[in-house]
Design a protein around this ligand. Structure first.
Ligand code: OSB
Ligand code: MG
Length: 367
């Protein structure tokens, strides 16, 4: 197979509500959408890099640079038998996983379309529906947070994730109001080991896990923390490859892994990580990066793989943007599940008129 062209659409979409983490409050998302043409068949994908280097060092601009100047020149010259070969062909380009993954995921989507099969099936997935969880950003008050949680539980979500902001006192209030809800917290690296007493206090609230409590480069201290608390540690920002996943598991740095395909270099690496983790008794779930429908659809299919046994941050399209880029939208049913589309590739239709409407720039790279 040959990649004939890569079209990069830079898009800006307004969020319905702001989303706040320990790094920032965002009201819109600027991101790249790719069309990857493989032997005449077009695959679509989304790059999860944000405008600012907060969650990761990668940004919209570094992704554009990496794709245009380094990744495209390689893949547009290569010949591939299978999408698994794409990431290894970029071995000599260090880092830039989000940029690499965007191209790789577009290739996978085209490959699934060529075979006339859903992306999840081509990846080796089994599920026909996936369980959906929801990630609630930091709110302006505890009252607002409690209100929001009640709404999401009403919509059927199987797990609630909150971004602490105000620590133990907030978790206590949430637990008092919702004693039986599967609940977790995501710290996005806001703490250090000096905060150990705080995490020991959190042990009292029966949390499913605490996600990325410490610095993203500090796997060792996550292992130290995990030994001292009962609540499972889940790693997000620290895991960039199969090798990282193996190190984390060997070290005891986590008992759960959040997989975002963009963070680990694509769908092949995601599949390998979930398999390794499964063999080692570590469950995984699919994370989210406030994607539009195109990235969201990829996440739906990735979540069909066997070891994605926990509800992910793959939620209903209606929570995110004023305008969605696919049809139908990704819909969470009243029982908290999403039905996996059965059509070829992502199985949703891209609304190209909407892409054009919100497009900031476009580049076409050819062989
Ligand atoms: O840590 O999972 C995270 C959004 C931006 C940056 C980091 C994270 C998140 C989310 C969003 O939690 C989850 C979603 O897409 O709904
Ligand atoms: Mg996270």
């Amino acid at each position: 197979m040959r990649i004939e062209s890569i079209t990069i659409h830079e898009v800006k979409l307004d969020l319905k509500h702001f989303f706040e983490t320990s790094f920032s409050r965002v009201t819109y998302q600027r991101f790249l959408l790719l069309e990857v043409v493989v032997d005449g068949v077009t695959g679509v994908s989304e790059c999860i890099a944000d405008e600012a280097p907060s969650y990761s060092y990668e940004t919209v601009k570094t992704s554009l640079h990496a794709i245009e100047d380094f990744i495209a020149p390689v893949v547009l010259k290569s010949e591939y038998q299978h999408p698994d070969e794409l990431l290894p062909s970029l071995r000599h380009i260090r880092g830039h996983n989000m940029a690499k993954a965007a191209v790789e995921m577009g290739f996978w989507e085209a490959y699934a379309r060529m075979r006339g099969e859903p992306l999840g099936i081509v990846l080796g997935g089994e599920r026909t529906e996936i369980a959906s969880g929801v990630s609630i950003g930091i709110q302006d008050s505890v009252g607002k947070l409690l209100e929001k949680i009640a709404t999401e539980i009403g919509d059927g979500y199987r797990r609630i994730k909150i971004k602490p902001g105000w620590d133990v006192a907030v978790v206590r209030q949430v637990r008092e109001r919702f004693p039986d809800t599967p609940l977790m917290v995501d710290a996005n690296s806001a703490y250090t080991l000096d905060d150990l007493p705080l995490f020991q206090e959190l042990d009292a609230f029966d949390l499913m896990m605490v996600e990325q409590p410490l610095h993203y480069e500090d796997m060792w201290n996550h292992a130290t923390l995990q030994k001292k608390i009962r609540t499972p540690v889940c790693l997000d920002e620290s895991i960039h490859s199969l090798g990282d996943a193996r190190s984390a598991i060997e070290m005891g740095a986590c008992r759960i892994i959040n997989i975002k395909a963009g963070r680990v270099g694509g769908l092949s690496a995601s599949r390998d990580i979930q398999r390794l983790a499964g063999e080692r008794g570590i469950p995984v779930w699919c994370g989210g990066m406030l994607e539009s429908g195109i990235g969201r659809a990829h996440n739906v299919h990735l979540s069909t793989l066997a070891n994605f046994t926990l509800p992910g941050d793959v939620a209903d399209s209606k929570r995110y943007f004023v305008e969605e880029l696919i049809e139908p939208r990704v819909e969470v049913r009243p029982d908290g599940t999403i039905e996996v589309p059965r059509g070829p590739g992502i199985g949703y239709q891209v609304l190209w008129d909407k892409v054009e409407k919100h497009r900031v720039s476009r580049r076409i790279l050819n062989r």
